[in-house]
Design a protein around this ligand. Structure first.
Ligand code: PB1
Length: 336
């Protein structure tokens, strides 16, 4: 005779794998919940390993197709392009962010032909292309010139759209850039062909170091705390999401992911009608990678838990450098 009241017995609902599946509704991970960030280098034949992100590379445009073909065969549905100008000159306004020699613009034209069903998003920011490494244009006193920055960001967004980008993701965090981009796309008669994924809720995190190494985009002085949100601020997270929706964002993002799942949940509960992206950033990638490499965790088990936490918190799509591994986890190679 059990001493435990019938309703307090949980084991009866989890003793079988399918029972356990039924206990976890709406948190499935499929390829449509993944977006793969890709670094595109201005060196056509490069496949350049990134020391701070083992297993991740900077690709020249001639290396993209052989890298992507097997991933698309495994179900990859979307990518997020980041330009890495190794040879292109950097200046105060990021002139090469939208020059025809930018590898992102060259890649867009090719990827749209090679992979017509792949959704191609482009990060839009000045930091990889400016000699000061900040995400906006600076005044002589070193402060952000917001108006000049959002004008420049919207110019770049239109150029990427005209080159084939189906989604613009401005990671600059300048005030009003969503409205400026939407107006510029409308003026270019492209407003119904390009989605705007706002990095609305992006924090000034210590988890971006490997990315800054990968894209050679660290600020040359100071930091980004004057335009990325303070990590402790729920209020600014709420205000930023509401503002970017009011300016016309089609989708929202919270970034980074794991340390901000409470914000993910709040953002999704506040704006359930908007698809919500979570960016598992480079520092999150490196922590899991090195933890597994050093025997502290089993990578696939813990990565699955982390992805489930993001989906449970409300993420509809996860931007993750682990996309190739996850695609293999979703479709384990047949053992026979
Ligand atoms: O994976 C990452 O760390 C993403 C870094 C991210 C790219 N969108 C930005 C963060 C930063 O370096 O401040 C780049 C800003 N444009």
């Amino acid at each position: 005779m059990t001493t435990v009241a019938a309703k307090h017995i949980l084991h009866s609902g989890i003793f079988h794998p399918l029972l356990r599946e039924w206990q976890s509704p709406n948190v499935e991970i499929t390829s449509k919940n993944l977006m793969y960030p890709i670094f595109v280098l201005d060196d056509a034949d490069a496949k350049d390993p990134i020391a701070s992100m083992p297993g991740i590379y900077r690709y020249g445009i001639n290396s993209l197709k052989p890298m992507l073909e097997p991933l698309i065969a495994k179900g990859l549905q979307s990518v997020l392009l980041f330009g890495v100008p190794n040879h292109l000159a950097k200046d105060k306004v990021g002139t090469n962010a939208d020059s025809s020699r930018n590898p992102v613009i060259q890649a867009l034209k090719l990827l749209r032909v090679w992979f017509p069903n792949l959704l191609i998003a482009c990060d839009v920011c000045l930091c990889p292309y400016t000699d000061h490494g900040h995400c906006g244009i600076l005044r002589p006193n070193g402060h952000i010139d917001n108006e000049a920055s959002i004008k420049r960001i919207s110019e770049i967004a239109v150029k990427y759209a005209q080159a084939g980008a189906q989604m613009i993701a401005p990671s600059d965090m300048m005030d009003g850039r969503i409205g400026a981009i939407k107006k510029a796309l409308e003026a270019a008669n492209m407003s119904n062909q390009v989605a705007v994924l706002s990095y609305a809720v992006k924090f000034a995190s210590g988890l971006y170091g490997p990315f800054r190494d990968a894209s050679k985009s660290a600020p040359q002085f100071g930091d980004r705390k004057c335009y990325q949100l303070p990590p402790g601020s729920n209020g600014l997270a709420t205000r930023a999401a509401a503002r970017d929706i009011a300016e016309g964002a089609d989708m929202l993002m919270v970034k980074p992911g794991l340390a901000y799942l409470d914000v993910v949940r709040h953002t999704k509960d506040t704006h359930p009608e908007y698809p919500l992206f979570v960016y598992q950033v480079s520092g999150e990638y490196a922590m899991l990678y090195h933890g597994a490499k050093n025997g502290a965790i089993n990578l696939e088990i813990v990565l699955d838990e982390v992805l489930l936490s993001m989906r449970r918190a409300g993420a509809d799509c996860i931007i993750t450098y682990f996309t190739p591994l996850i695609l293999d986890m979703l479709h384990p190679k047949s053992k026979y």
